[in-house]
Design a protein around this ligand. Structure first.
Ligand code: FAD
Length: 383
């Protein structure tokens, strides 16, 4: 297998690097590079800079702002973005609902939603999971009942990431309780300002507000906001979740975090035990990066390869391992996690504990790692 970039791909990589490091505001990139939280405005601004250059949704159909790139070029775009500290375009918009509307939506839905979705004029939330429907998503109970031209929605969603910023939410709802559970599910697009929609925050162990519960009480949704046919929701969800998994192996960001640690904790790097741990992680990240390139080389026509489950599994394990190393290197300074900017403890050390705690989530969301292992055993190993 040829792993050297061709001159054209090397030139492409250089072009991406140049754009990301010169056109996206430094203050936004510094926020990412320092591991601080981005504001809603920063996420929106960054995506609009990318979109103006055609770099926000390259994997969409070209008619709707996509680029006719190879899978390798998309991979390089993603890697360079992470390396430069550019926020990845909001996954709910760029990787989830956008491709779904482009594939399953009516022409009217495409014209209405796709440009605003690419430009983050609409902020989408993902309303799939429910208290008893996570890995077993087909058990979801939120109902949508036809009333004239409208659907009337009742139920509860949970773990809705950044739902506090959401303008619209794409939801899976049960429209037919009589048939096999997968066959009775449909997808509805719901304006979150509609009466009866309520967003309640869930407080996290790191003190942050990232996820929410979303409650629906007699929410009226116009019939033209159903995506695809009634009962097609499960097919659409599988298409969406396959795309979700591809984007969740943060190799570039983890490499950047590890390289940063070598600089900020330079004194501890003299310790042979620490050096060995860093070298081991660097080797594993390199192996994952090469695996990512192999997955890209074998994915056909933009369809996710089953090996994307390997990327999700190993990518999140390494992300967690690097956050654990940071916590260990920070030592007692990590306990200053709620301290202000004027604390004598350095920022990276103060952030190490919340970051470590926050990244526990990575092995759960986007399909838990146990579920990824099952996919690997079934579809790759044939067990
Ligand atoms: C930080 C965070 C953000 C999220 N954001 C969103 C969002 O924006 N929108 C949304 O819709 N959802 C979101 N989710 C939900 C996420 O998709 C679910 O948490 C996930 O699918 C797991 O479901 P569950 O939490 O119900 O756990 P369960 O499915 O109850 O699983 C509990 C444990 O059992 C294991 N398990 C379950 N079934 C099996 C099996 N068959 N074999 C082996 N082990 C199994 C799981 O791996 C896990 O370890 C988010 C979750 C988190 C943690």
């Amino acid at each position: 297998m040829q792993l050297e970039l061709s001159p054209a791909d090397a030139e492409f990589r250089a072009r991406m690097r140049e754009f990301f490091t010169t056109k996206v505001p430094q203050e936004i990139r510094d926020t990412v590079l320092d591991g601080r939280h981005l504001t809603r405005d920063q996420i929106v601004e960054s995506q609009r800079v990318l979109n103006a250059e055609g770099l926000a949704v390259p994997h969409w159909p070209t008619e709707w702002g996509g680029q006719d790139w190879t899978d390798l070029q998309r991979h390089l775009w993603h890697e360079e973005m992470q390396r430069a500290g550019v926020p990845i375009p909001l996954a709910f918009n760029a990787s989830m609902i956008g491709p779904v509307i482009a594939q399953f939506g009516t022409e009217e839905q495409k014209a209405r939603f796709l440009p605003d979705t690419a430009n983050l004029d609409i902020w989408w939330s993902q309303g799939f999971s429910e208290p008893d429907a996570g890995s077993d998503l087909a058990s979801l109970r939120t109902t949508a009942v036809r009333d004239g031209d409208d659907w009337v929605v009742n139920g509860q969603k949970t773990w809705t990431t950044l739902g506090q910023h959401g303008d619209w939410i794409f939801t899976l709802v049960r429209t037919d309780p009589e048939v096999k559970k997968q066959a009775g599910i449909s997808m509805l697009l719901i304006d979150m300002t509609t009466p009866g929609v309520e967003v309640r925050p869930i407080e996290l162990i790191d003190g942050g507000h990232e996820v929410n519960e979303v409650w629906f009480t007699d929410v009226r949704v116009p019939g033209d906001l159903l995506v695809g046919e009634p009962g097609q929701g499960w097919t659409i969800a599988k298409f969406l979740l396959g795309n979700e998994r591809v984007g969740v192996a943060p190799v570039g960001a983890t490499k950047r975090a590890l390289a940063g640690l070598k600089t900020v904790a330079a004194a501890q790097m003299e310790d042979p035990m620490v050096r060995a741990r860093v070298a081991e992680l660097e080797n594993q990240l390199l192996a994952l990066e090469l695996t990512a390139l192999r997955v890209v080389a074998h994915s056909a026509g933009g369809e996710p390869h089953p090996a994307s489950s390997v990327l999700k599994l190993r990518g999140t394990e390494l992300q967690q391992a690097v956050s654990e190393l940071a916590l260990d290197l920070a030592g007692p300074a990590s306990l200053a996690s709620r301290a202000d900017e004027d604390s004598p403890q350095e920022g990276w050390a103060r952030r190490s504990a919340p970051t470590y705690l926050n990244f526990r989530k990575a092995s759960i969301y986007g399909g838990s790692n146990e579920i990824q292992r099952q996919i690997i055993s079934r579809t790759i190993l044939g067990l």
